[in-house]
Design a protein around this ligand. Structure first.
Ligand code: PHB
Length: 389
């Protein structure tokens, strides 16, 4: 009688007591996903959150006995806010991973928090080459601008484009794109007659495009961040650059799949180089695109979504390998991963902690009344050329 009472008491204490609660806490693995969910870069946040949730819906939320919890925070695209949110997530929520980072300045502002707290930080969007050097705890699953820019710098001179004006957003990724395009294009015998930089915030492309028109190049090479391409394309056609026979080339950010369909016929024929197209024709990607569109009211996944989806994959696989342990062990388990992504084969270089993947040359074409970035050439296994400096 006494023994039964004792057992019942112990069982009750385990179920309802403080020890029960801490058990549940220990069993959670929290991912702090910081993204611009409002403001001019909200499409990046929306794409990455949707992709992360899709990954969890497809792969379950229990990994190595831990319950994975996603905590999504809106930084509005402001570096001070990103940094403060990261601090709160590490100190108060005890997240095991910081992830997201929609723009370069947001990732750079947060890098010291990752280093100080030894928390792995997965960059799913930002793409300036130097980001991975800002903390040994950073892993990148997006891409780098030097990777994307050299592809089109090789293609253009072989295809009648000899004289170019560059036009980029005036911050990290734009400056990377300008430099790496220019160096490779000059090496290939091309000529860059002018280099223009447009403010990142509230850009007015019109006066810059007028300058391009006056310079009469064969093409304008451009980088603008995801979401800004539609405004550029509109001005390009309103200023009559297409009618003047000036081509538009760039990294694939400008013909972002998220907004490509809204650009209209002016986008047709635009050639870009990039690591991901929604139209990438493999079973893995078709499955990803179908599931993403089904779960998101027919929204197309863009390259930001793929950065988020692959970032979740890297975290899940690392957790399996460490059997749920975090910190430096988790970081080490992220290094060197190789897998088949919707973008194609993907590898996290253990030395640089940066992504190695194919870069595709693509042309905007209309199929079944819709615009797509149709890939027609592949440069295999491209490492970040920015790392060789
Ligand atoms: C960046 O800020 O690093 C960035 C943002 C959007 C892009 C590419 C790079 O499309």
């Amino acid at each position: 009688m006494q023994k039964r009472f004792f057992l019942r008491t112990v069982a009750l204490a385990a179920l309802c007591g403080a020890s029960g609660l801490s058990l549940a806490q220990d069993n959670a693995f929290k991912i702090g996903l910081i993204l611009p969910m409002t403001g001019p870069f909200a499409s990046t946040g929306k794409q990455i959150e949707a992709a992360a949730r899709l990954y969890m819906a497809q792969n379950g939320n229990t990994v190595a006995g831990k319950k994975v919890e996603l905590i999504v925070k809106d930084d509005t695209g402001t570096p001070d806010v990103t940094k403060r949110l990261a601090q709160e997530l590490v100190v108060n929520d005890k997240v095991g991973v910081l992830a997201g980072f929609g723009l370069t300045p947001l990732a750079l502002a947060t890098a010291p928090i990752a280093t100080q707290s030894k928390t792995p930080l997965v960059v799913m969007a930002a793409a300036t080459s130097s980001i991975t050097e800002a903390s040994p705890f950073i892993i990148r699953t997006s891409f780098t601008l030097p990777q994307a820019a050299v592809g089109i710098a090789d293609w253009a001179p072989k295809n009648g484009i000899k004289k170019v004006v560059t036009l980029v957003s005036d911050y990290g990724p734009g400056i990377d794109a300008e430099k790496f395009f220019k160096d490779r294009f000059l090496f290939n015998g091309g000529q860059v007659v002018e280099s223009l930089r447009v403010p990142l915030r509230n850009p007015d492309f019109a006066p810059f495009l007028q300058k391009v028109r006056d310079a009469k190049p064969d093409a304008v090479f451009t980088f603008v961040p995801s979401g800004a391409g539609a405004a550029l394309m509109k001005q390009f056609s309103e200023r009559g650059l297409d009618k003047a026979g000036i081509k538009l080339i760039g990294t694939g950010d400008v013909t972002d799949d998220d907004i490509l369909n809204s650009m209209g016929d002016v986008a047709m024929g635009v050639v870009t180089s990039h690591h991901y197209s929604t139209a990438h024709n493999t079973p893995t990607n078709r499955k990803f695109v179908d599931a993403f569109m089904k779960a998101n009211n027919n929204l197309r996944p863009n390259f930001m979504a793929v950065g988020g989806y692959d970032g979740m994959h890297v975290i899940y696989e690392a957790l399996k390998k460490t059997r749920g342990a975090g910190g430096e062990a988790l970081l080490n388990a992220m290094k060197g991963q190789i897998f088949e992504s919707p973008r194609g084969p993907m590898f996290i270089d253990a030395q640089t902690r940066d992504v190695v993947h194919n870069i595709y040359i693509r042309r905007v074409e209309k199929k079944d009344g819709q615009l797509w970035n149709v890939e027609f050439d592949t440069i295999k296994d491209v490492k970040d050329p920015g790392k060789a400096r």
